[in-house]
Design a protein around this ligand. Structure first.
Ligand code: SAH
Length: 463
């Protein structure tokens, strides 16, 4: 960030501007939104500026700026649309100690003016460090469309009501109350009955919310997908947006955790390094405890929560504590990984079924129907299959699988550090060991990357 956004107190301060043409007028129209004293220096004021001076909106000095004219000014705008004159007046203002902006000259400006969405006292500033003014305008238009026109009025009324809302517990209840006020009943009441209507609506809303506060929390069991934040579902994003508490697995990418509400408590339930991962029963108890405090809990699991996610144990705990829950599916590692090798999980004439299998379970290496898997054309996505690679290889060969059957290992599917290793059943070990994988990996039995080289270069073109 080369420019740090701040909101400057300018009420009663002096802001000086040099210039009298279009650029000057554009800046002045913005500055009229403030409660600052505006002083304009120019020998060629546009008629509009002269009118503004006549109506007292600004003080006009009809000569070029001189040393000392900016003494005591908080901000200075050079808007002469003339590089030499702008440089001259900017030097004067700098010497006088004002912060300087030169219109359309990012390099020599000490501050820049953002695109502004004005719902005073709510102000949204959008900046792109001068890189993409078009983008800033598009974002502004988007936000303008989303925020009710009356939001500023509502915020002013809401401010007088803040102490009354203290009776609601911190967290979701309070947020729900304000969300309903600003985006639901508030704008409607203002339209219908003006400011008095808004105040009585606020009172009714508060009463209703107090009545409803004694309810229990809620748990969303959410799939975080394979790692790429763009592979999150909108439902998952919304849940993260509302969560009071996020309890996540070790595999959940940090970029995804960053999407959680800033005030949310983030709990890592898969901590390693300081000892073994948390026991499942402890995780179940933790989820229940947070929900019983009336919180909206997001239980965030890698991939899809219904695939090797120990989901049923958590559901059982929630059901016995009578806590409401919802499952939000995610993209499972197999889906992301198969996409990265340009293949399908099922294919007409090759395999009409695909198995999602695990390399090991609670009892050790997991057993499967090896004879069925050994038949030609079978496809399996092997989760947690790093340590069990030799076992799986041995079982399949023993049951007659062709040694040349393609096998593909995908590490960190969908993440920036994704790796694809194409091999065969005969070479699965030592390939797996030699690959020295450090991230999560999925192994496809029966699938090879589609024309690997061509696929990778095509991907690059669109990256
Ligand atoms: N619920 C998860 C799976 C949890 S089991 C899902 O639906 O994806 C953990 C295993 O998932 C890991 O051992 C690995 O085999 C696989 N896995 C998870 N994320 C992965 C990723 N980004 N790339 C490759 N494999 C991944």
């Amino acid at each position: 960030m080369q420019h740090f956004p701040i909101f400057l107190a300018v009420a009663g301060q002096t802001i000086v501007l040099s210039g009298g043409g279009d650029a000057a007028m554009a800046k002045l129209r913005l500055l009229f939104k403030t409660e600052a004293k505006l002083v304009v220096f120019t020998a060629n004021a546009a008629p509009e500026i002269i009118r503004w001076a006549a109506t007292g909106k600004l003080a006009l000095v009809t000569r070029a700026m001189q040393a000392g004219d900016t003494a005591g000014a908080a901000l200075f705008y050079a808007a002469n649309e003339d590089d030499i004159e702008d440089a001259r007046v900017a030097a004067i203002a700098k010497a006088d100690g004002a912060l300087v902006n030169i219109v359309d000259n990012l390099a020599d400006s000490q501050f820049i003016t953002p695109a502004i969405v004005d719902r005073d006292p709510v102000t949204i500033a959008i900046g792109t460090e001068g890189a993409a003014p078009v983008l800033a305008r598009a974002i502004k238009a988007d936000i303008e469309a989303r925020l009710p026109r009356a939001l500023g009025t509502l915020a002013r009324i809401g401010k007088t009501f803040r102490h009354a809302v203290d009776v609601l517990p911190l967290g979701r209840k309070r947020r729900d109350f304000w969300a309903a006020f600003y985006f639901g009943v508030g704008p409607k009441a203002l339209d219908a009955n003006g400011e008095a209507g808004v105040i009585s609506t606020l009172e009714t809303l508060l009463d209703r919310q107090i009545m409803a506060t004694n309810t229990r929390g809620h748990v969303d069991l959410v799939g975080a997908g394979p790692g790429d934040p763009e592979l999150l579902t909108l439902k998952a994003r919304n849940a993260l947006d509302k969560a009071d508490v996020v309890i996540h697995d070790r595999l959940v990418a940090s970029e995804i955790l960053e999407l959680a509400r800033r005030e949310a408590i983030i709990v890592d339930a898969g901590k390693e390094g300081f000892g073994p991962a948390m026991a499942q029963a402890d995780i179940d108890a933790l989820i229940v405890a947070h929900a019983q405090n009336g919180h909206h809990v997001v239980r965030l699991k890698a991939g899809d929560p219904t695939v090797f996610g120990r989901l049923d144990e958590e559901i059982a705990a929630l059901e016995s504590a009578e806590i409401s829950y919802r499952i939000i599916p995610g993209i499972t590692a197999a889906s992301a990984a198969v996409a990265s090798i340009g293949q399908s999980l099922t294919k007409r004439g090759r395999n009409s079924a695909v198995r999602l299998i695990t390399g090991h379970d609670t009892k050790g290496y997991a057993d499967h129907d090896w004879a069925a898997l050994a038949a030609p054309g079978e496809v399996a996505a092997i989760y947690m299959g790093k340590k069990s690679a030799r076992f799986i290889q041995g079982r399949l060969l023993m049951h007659g699988a062709a040694p040349a059957t393609p096998v593909t290992i995908i590490e960190n599917a969908s993440r920036a550090d994704q790796r694809i290793i194409a091999t065969t059943l005969a070479a699965l070990e030592p390939t797996m060991t030699n690959a020295a994988l450090t991230g999560p990996a999925i192994t496809f039995y029966g699938l090879a990357p589609r024309d690997a080289v061509a696929h990778a270069s095509r991907l690059k073109e669109f990256a």
